[in-house]
Design a protein around this ligand. Sequence first.
Ligand code: ZN
Length: 159
Amino acid sequence: MLISKNSAVYFHYSLSDETGNVIDSSTEGKPLPYIQGHNNIIPGLEKAMEGKASGEVMVVTVEPKEAYGERQDQMVQQIPRSSFQVEDMKVGMRFEATTPNGAVSVVVTDLTEKTVTVDGNHALAGKKLTFDIRITEVREATKEELAHGHVHGPGGHEH
Ligand code: ZN
């Protein structure tokens, strides 16, 4: 069967950035499962998957707006160091920040004696992403999977 809305799809991938650096990949022997049409994966990849079959191999390049969005300068903020209860602050530390739009994961990108610079952009925001894809299985999602919005069983949710 071909991938369409509500297909459960399993695929191997290797994700690289514009310079060809591999950022992420599926674990050896364990394809990533998702349900087509449920925003489980980025929009650009979901579009490329539509109509494909098990066994297909493809390379998909996705612009930031179809991936994790553009970087937003207002997501980078300097916060007084005194507002953190952390003794041993380090660049690279992650925190949950409470914002008017809900909880956002931020990473510390710079430190001075008085201020902490945090960046709430997604690590892949602003990046053009290239996926090497190999589709390994396509089937109908079960009623239960559709109700939950994710794939169950090996590689998916175990519950
Ligand atoms: Zn579930």
